[in-house]
Design a binder for this molecule. Sequence first.
Ligand code: ZN
Length: 608
Amino acid sequence: MTKLLPRVCFVCAATVILSGAASCGPSGSPPAPAAGTSPTVTAFLTDANAKLLRLGLEASQAGWVQETYITPDTEAIAARANEAYTKATTDFAKQAAKFGATDGSADERRQLLVLRNTITVAAPADEKEASELAQILASMNAAYGSGKYCQTPDTCLDIEAVTKILAENRDPARLRQVWEGWHAVGAPVRKSYVRFVELSNKGAKEIGFADTGAMWRSRYDMPAEDFGKEMDRLWGQLRPLYLSLHAYVRARLHQKYGDGVPAEGPIPAHLLGNIWAQNWTNIYDLAAPADGGRRVSLDKILADRKLAGAAIAKYGERFFTSLGFDPLPKTFWERSLFVKPADREVVCHPSAWDIDGDLDVRIKMCIDPTEEDFSTIHHELGHNFYQRAYRTLPAILRDGANDGFHEAIGDTIALSVTPEYLVKVGLLDKAPDTSNDIGLLLNRAFEKLPFLAFGRVVDQWRWRVFSGEVPPQRYNQAWWELRQKYQGVAPPIPRSESDFDPGAKYHVPANVPYTRYFLAHILQFQFHRALCEAAGYKGPLNRCSIYESKASGERLAKTLALGSSRPWPDALEALTGQRQIDARAILDYFAPLKKWLDEQNEGQPVGW
Ligand SMILES: [Zn+2]
């Protein structure tokens, strides 16, 4: 159950743990129903809630220390705590599945359903195997966290350094070298991953799912097979817009790099400003409109003002308080990690933590003074405000309406970081008029649309891996087939099955489901449009900021407080009035850009 572990984000990564205050449930084994005498639903849930809180707290604390102080010992401690937690969630899920469809009250049945459907990894009943699974997960996480590209034994680049080079360097040979260097981080965990798939599938089967992927797809209040089709439908809505953006960027990169970028066909993945080509904002300068698009550069503003670490996080908090939310507790500022420590290894991948299921929420993020990180800190804080909003529910229900909701809240706020907002908080003197917003829209499109494409890739790959459709000897080939299909990118150098490129993406070794980010990117625009309407805003969606709107804040707060106590369409309706996820708001938001892109692309090949 992810809710008790940090919540890992795409940009961010986090698991969230709830813990228990003092009152822990009975210790010892969960109540195994003896023949003919099942415990009542109420007694079972009371025990499960108490135990999950306690084990969640222990796993969160151990996980926090492990990720902020990577050593063999902290890795072992975190593995033990996670093992206990995973074992308990699996046991409870198994028991929850045994109750009849009409047992308990409606609220209790919701808890049973959530308990059964929302675990991320199910431990096999065999204790040795459960322990092996926990150790594999901890070691893959640690291998990624301390992964480096070493040009020579003395000159090693960590992910921060690699990210910076991919973002700023324009020498294709250097970019290719660094891209290749970072991707080597995946290869050593390939063997572990194969074993992880075997063990986690075994656990999933024991609780009644075909495999781990089917278990992941079953958490969305609809049949697992329907969920896959829903994702296809949403991507179908978006694909024409993505194709227009891709064709435009490919043509601009072809101008810049010549034959290094084919005029037709996929774009080499190392030239898009990001290790995974999931965010293209770093190459904005190569693709800006001829007049520059009059884009406001937050990178420059933050650098000029020498804003760093916690000072950047304060802007995020201030946004939420302007909507009517209470400020974050003092412990948040004391216990979070905002700056990469100079003296030790940490997992820099941003994450938001709910340590105790109550008020001990934290951020772990090595914040740079960049527009990207300014946006990411809003994303992470969205998790923390969500966590705090549902903290009075039973532990089992302390989670988002679905995991896409959890990822969408902070991003929704970040969509309100408009020039007008920057003026209000004193970061900008004057907002440019709205007569030429192509630059703003293009930059936003670079942030969101490539991510949606990549967001389809990661779990399509894992679903196939877990089901056995993609066997280990085709892991890497299948990865690149999907990357080409959805993103229209290709590796800059030939890849083989001695590589393991999915392992060079945090969420694979850390075993964090990824479809949540795809969903979140769609939901955040749907939320944004609805909250702008609640705020009484009229005008182009990309200039709407809900900053200081109490009406928007009230609507948001109500939805967050629901946690996962209701099926997600209820929560969606509370926020937007709609019960179906719909990508239409994205198309509306980017409509002026789509028109402009299609004009630029006239006579050019589109697609690959
Ligand atoms: Zn997140």
